[in-house]
Write a protein that binds this ligand. Structure first.
Ligand code: DQA
Length: 142
């Protein structure tokens, strides 16, 4: 089985971007660790990043069409703005797990609302890169 790990805007700069908030691991570092753990769980990781909202919508549709087991989605700032992602998640049967490095509820008020969270199966946030690993453990058990 395959797990999609979809990452939204500015997450290509992980490791450089506000490391006091998001940590010093790059997305490649996280991908490597996810792949190691996925191997033990007999799963495959397909990790992608885009700064474009529509790519994330297309990949969610693709996840369903390809029959992937689950999607881990860190939609970055689109989390808080994107009705299109809300609709896309609700349009597919593939379980979508919302992931954040930081804990948006402990930050600025404009991060307190999540369109992704309103449609997702569940949310893991606040554990830095470990949030992705915890989400993978959950996805494996679905
Ligand atoms: C984030 C939280 C969002 O509020 C922010 O816009 C991001 C990263 C996180 O992983 O903590 O880009 O999704």
């Amino acid at each position: 089985d395959t797990i999609y790990v979809l990452n939204g805007p500015n997450l290509n700069l992980l490791g450089l971007r506000e490391p006091e908030i998001y940590g010093s691991d790059t997305l490649d570092d996280i991908a490597g660790r996810l792949e190691d753990r996925a191997k033990e769980l007999d799963l495959e990781i397909d990790l992608r990043q885009s700064n474009h909202e529509g790519h994330l919508v297309d990949w969610l549709h693709e996840a369903q069409a390809r029959g992937v087991k689950a999607v881990l989605l860190n939609a970055g700032a689109f989390t808080h703005t994107s009705l299109a992602l809300y609709d896309a998640i609700r349009s597919i049967r593939t379980p979508v797990l919302e992931v954040h490095l930081s804990n948006p509820l402990a930050r600025e008020e404009f991060r307190h609302h999540s369109y992704v969270g309103m449609a997702a199966k569940g949310t893991i946030s606040g554990f830095g890169a470990l949030s992705y690993m915890l989400a993978l453990e959950a996805a494996a058990l679905l």
